[in-house]
Structures are given as structure tokens and as C-alpha cells.
Write a protein that binds this ligand. Structure first.
Ligand SMILES: *[C@@H]1O[C@H](CO)[C@@H](O)[C@H](O)[C@H]1NC(C)=O
Ligand SMILES: *[C@@H]1O[C@H](CO)[C@@H](O)[C@H](O)[C@H]1NC(C)=O
Ligand SMILES: *[C@@H]1O[C@H](CO)[C@@H](O)[C@H](O)[C@H]1NC(C)=O
Ligand SMILES: *[C@@H]1O[C@H](CO)[C@@H](O)[C@H](O)[C@H]1NC(C)=O
Ligand SMILES: *[C@@H]1O[C@H](CO)[C@@H](O)[C@H](O)[C@H]1NC(C)=O
Ligand SMILES: *[C@@H]1O[C@H](CO)[C@@H](O)[C@H](O)[C@H]1NC(C)=O
Ligand SMILES: *[C@@H]1O[C@H](CO)[C@@H](O)[C@H](O)[C@H]1NC(C)=O
Ligand SMILES: *[C@@H]1O[C@H](CO)[C@@H](O)[C@H](O)[C@H]1NC(C)=O
Ligand SMILES: *[C@@H]1O[C@H](CO)[C@@H](O)[C@H](O)[C@H]1NC(C)=O
Length: 367
């Protein structure tokens, strides 16, 4: 009897250990999945079972993660920490998750990202989601350093959408040599600079929709041409269709084959051109040259006007002189008299100084 209860207790104990699941989480051993969703957690819970492959700790209040947050989780392949308040990721935070393939940090507030924050021991990381994850544009500098130092040579997908990025530091992606898909949509990028996409030799898709590109000048076109095998998305940018846009529209025509949304690219400004396809706008160059000629004419007109005004001012000056001619004559005579006096005084002194007798007198007087 006692033996039986003891055995029962042991079984229950074993069972509970086997099926252990951290409080406020749901664990499914069959699906290798643990979910701790919207439970007000402030830290990553301990006691997550070792069989876990899919770990979701989303919609909580976690603000800081470090290497101690994830131990004994060598089987975790998918990790989502989205919708938390994570502001700091320490170096080697995920290093021991050596099966980690996809990491979702979207919807956080990353302000401090340490240089080796995304290093994973086995270089197994394939997908990194940082959509709406950066606190503000300043975090991009930390991010650039981190992408360089985290040994992300196996990364295939990087999502940086919805981040208010204004520019991308030069060579920010240069160590992501296996990247296939780069999401940069819904940022505030105004230009594409030299070396921005350096090193992305295997990139297959680059999404630049919903940014702040008004045109893409030569530098940016050269940079995009350095990714000849990449499919591009450029829609929903505030393109301005004015003189000088021809190189861009010609490039669009030439590159139609690899711009997936080329048919949907339209002018945003000026108002008269709104919704006009950029491909069509490129053919309206004639109007542009006419406007150039008009500009020249306006410039010439303004020179003529300036000449007339200067001439008029000169005439007024001469007229004033004429009206004052008596006063001026008097002043000139006065001046002449004054000059004469000065000159005579000078002449007198000079004669005294150069008279040898007088100088002898003065030197002997000194002795
Ligand atoms: C990871 O999974 C393997 C195979 O399913 C298993 O043998 C191993 O014990 C697991 N690791 C841990 C820490 O539970
Ligand atoms: C990880 O998540 C992706 C989808 O996000 C899914 O296709 C894949 O099967 C998951 N991996 C595992 C091991 O369940
Ligand atoms: C390292 O990653 C490879 C795939 O990238 C995987 O096959 C291997 O099992 C991983 N090694 C360990 C120790 O997890
Ligand atoms: C990244 O996360 C956002 C929001 O959670 C999601 O909409 C997007 O599809 C994810 N990106 C990738 C590449 O899975
Ligand atoms: C980003 O936030 C930090 C901390 O609040 C602040 O010092 C910095 O000026 C902000 N940068 C931008 C571009 O707003
Ligand atoms: C763009 O990102 C902002 C946050 O940065 C978000 O509020 C907005 O809904 C996003 N817009 C779209 C169309 O996804
Ligand atoms: C871009 O940078 C490379 C070297 O990094 C240089 O050779 C090239 O001339 C630059 N191009 C432009 C347009 O500045
Ligand atoms: C431009 O097109 C959008 C939808 O395609 C439409 O809602 C908008 O009214 C159009 N604007 C003009 C000025 O035609
Ligand atoms: C593209 O350029 C060719 C000439 O190179 C021209 O015939 C064609 O009409 C252009 N297409 C568009 C859509 O402008």
C-alpha cells in the first residue's frame, strides 16, 4: 500500500519534471513548441524545456536580454521576441542557441546593440527580423557595427522595414555575403549612396518601397547596377518629375526586366504630373528643354532691366552734380587754396633743411 503511493508519487514527480513548463507559458512537447504570449513577463522565463524548437516570448515587457537569458536551449530553431520592450541586446546573447535559424526581434525599441549581439556559435542564423525594432535612427550606427562583427555569413533574409532610417552607413551590409532578401521598405531613405550595398553579391530581392526617394541620381543608379541579379521594388516613393529626371527614367526603361513594380511607379510632384507613369514622364523631355530656353530668355531680360536701372541712377547722379555746380566750384577753389598753403609750408621747410649753413649751425650747437 505504502509502496504503491510512493511509486505513484515518484511517477507524478517524474511526470511533472518531464512535462515541466515555466509558469505563464504553454508547452507542447509533440510540437516542440513553447509559447509565453502577452503574459506581462519582464524577463525571459527559466526552465524552458530542452526539446523546444519553436520559442515564442512575444507581447511581454522584456526590456533587456543577455547570454544568461538563453541557456540549455540548443534545439531552439525559431525564436520570436517580437512586441516586447527590448532596448538593449548584449554581446553573445544568442551565442549558445546553436541551432537558431530565425530570430524575430520586430516591434522592439533597440537603442543599444552590442557589437557581437547576433553572433550564434554555429553561424546557423538564416533570418533576422528587425522590422520596427530600432528605437530611432541613431541605432543604425550600432547596427552597422553589429552586422559587421556578428559573423552573419549564413544570413539569407534581413528585414529592416518600418524603422525611420534616414540613411544607411557605407558598407553596412558588406559582411552579409549570402544575403538573398533585404527589406528596407517604409523607412525615410532619401538617397542611395556609393558602397551602400557593397558585398551583397547574392542578393535576389531588394525592397525600397515607401521611402523618401524623390529621384535616383547617377551615384544611386551606379550602386543599383552593382547588383545586376537583384529584383528591385521602388514603389510608393515621392518621385518628382522635373527636368533632370531623364537619367533615372532612362535607367528605368533599360532595367524594366528586374524592377518588379516598374509599371506602378508614378510621379508624386508636380501636381500636374501626379499619377503619371515614370516611364511615360521620361518621354516628355521636350517640354523640359522648352522650359530651359524660357529660363535663358528670362535671364537675358533681367540683365537688360539691370542695365536700364543702373543707367537711370547714373543720370540722376549727374543731374544732382549739375544742380550743385556753384557750391562744388566754391569747394574746389577752397580746396585748391588749402593745398597751396600746405605746399608752400612744405617748400619753406625743405629749403631750410637743405641749406648746408643752417645744418652746420645746428650740429655745432649740439656739440
Ligand atoms: C535536443 O534534441 C535532441 C534530439 O531531439 C535530443 O536528443 C537532445 O536531448 C535535445 N537537447 C536538450 C538539451 O534537450
Ligand atoms: C520555423 O518557422 C518557420 C516559419 O516562420 C516554419 O516554416 C518552420 O517550420 C519553423 N521551424 C520549425 C523547426 O518548426
Ligand atoms: C550547425 O549547423 C548545421 C547547419 O547549418 C547543422 O546541420 C548542425 O547540426 C549544427 N551543429 C550543431 C552542433 O548544432
Ligand atoms: C518581420 O516581422 C513583421 C512584423 O512582425 C512581419 O510583418 C514581417 O513579415 C516579418 N518579416 C519577415 C521577413 O518575415
Ligand atoms: C535617439 O535617441 C537618443 C536617446 O534618447 C537621443 O540621444 C538621440 O538624439 C536620438 N536620435 C535621433 C536621430 O533622434
Ligand atoms: C511605417 O512604419 C511606421 C512606424 O515606423 C508605422 O507606424 C506605419 O504603420 C508603417 N506604414 C506602413 C504602410 O506599413
Ligand atoms: C565609389 O567608390 C569606389 C571605391 O569605393 C570608387 O572607386 C568609385 O569611383 C566611387 N564612385 C562614385 C560615383 O563616387
Ligand atoms: C492617383 O491615383 C490614386 C489611386 O491610384 C487615386 O486615388 C488618386 O485620386 C489619383 N490622383 C490623381 C491626382 O489623379
Ligand atoms: C524605352 O526605350 C526605347 C528605346 O530605347 C523606346 O523605344 C521605348 O519606347 C522606351 N519605353 C518606354 C516605356 O519609354
Amino acid at each position: 500500500m505504502l509502496d504503491f503511493t510512493q511509486r505513484l508519487l515518484l511517477c507524478a514527480l517524474l511526470g511533472s519534471v518531464y512535462a515541466s513548463c515555466p509558469p505563464r507559458c504553454e508547452c507542447s512537447e509533440a510540437a516542440h513548441t513553447v509559447k509565453c504570449v502577452s503574459k506581462d513577463l519582464r524577463t525571459v522565463p527559466t526552465g524552458i524545456p530542452g526539446y523546444t524548437r519553436n520559442l515564442f516570448i512575444t507581447g511581454n515587457q522584456i526590456s533587456r536580454i543577455g547570454p544568461e537569458s538563453f541557456t540549455g536551449l540548443e534545439n531552439v530553431t525559431n525564436l520570436s521576441l517580437s512586441n516586447n520592450r527590448i532596448s538593449e541586446v548584449e554581446s553573445h546573447t544568442f551565442a549558445r542557441l546553436r541551432s537558431l535559424r530565425t530570430l524575430d526581434l520586430s516591434n522592439n525599441q533597440l537603442a543599444v546593440i552590442h557589437p557581437e549581439a547576433f553572433t550564434v556559435q554555429n553561424q546557423s542564423l538564416r533570418e533576422l527580423n528587425l522590422s520596427r525594432a530600432l528605437y530611432n535612427h541613431s541605432s543604425v550606427l550600432d547596427l552597422a557595427t553589429c552586422l559587421r562583427w556578428s559573423s552573419l555569413g549564413s544570413l539569407r533574409v534581413l528585414d529592416l522595414s518600418d524603422n525611420s532610417l534616414i540613411y544607411l552607413p557605407s558598407r553596412i551590409f558588406s559582411h552579409l555575403t549570402n544575403l538573398r532578401r533585404l527589406q528596407l521598405s517604409n523607412n525615410s531613405l532619401v538617397a542611395i549612396h556609393n558602397s551602400t550595398f557593397l558585398g551583397l553579391e547574392r542578393l535576389e530581392e531588394l525592397d525600397l518601397t515607401l521611402n523618401a526617394l524623390k529621384t535616383v541620381p547617377e551615384e544611386g543608379l551606379t550602386e543599383l547596377d552593382s547588383l545586376p541579379r537583384t529584383t528591385l521594388l521602388l514603389g510608393e516613393n515621392p518621385f518628382i518629375c522635373k527636368c533632370g529626371i531623364e537619367p533615372f527614367t532612362m535607367w528605368l526603361n533599360r532595367s524594366q526586366g528586374r524592377i518588379r513594380d516598374v509599371e506602378g511607379l508614378v510621379c508624386s510632384f508636380p501636381a500636374s504630373m501626379r499619377n503619371t507613369s515614370l516611364l511615360v514622364a521620361g518621354r516628355l523631355t521636350l517640354g523640359c528643354h522648352q522650359r530651359d530656353a524660357g529660363g535663358d530668355l528670362a535671364l537675358q531680360t533681367s540683365y537688360v532691366f539691370l542695365g536700364i536701372v543702373l543707367g537711370f541712377i547714373g543720370l540722376i547722379f549727374l543731374f544732382v552734380l549739375y544742380l550743385n555746380r556753384k557750391g562744388i566750384k566754391k569747394r574746389i577753389y577752397d580746396m585748391r587754396d588749402a593745398c597751396r598753403e600746405v605746399w608752400e609750408g612744405y617748400h619753406y621747410r625743405f629749403e631750410i633743411d637743405s641749406d648746408p649753413r643752417l645744418s652746420q649751425v645746428s650740429s655745432s650747437a649740439d656739440v
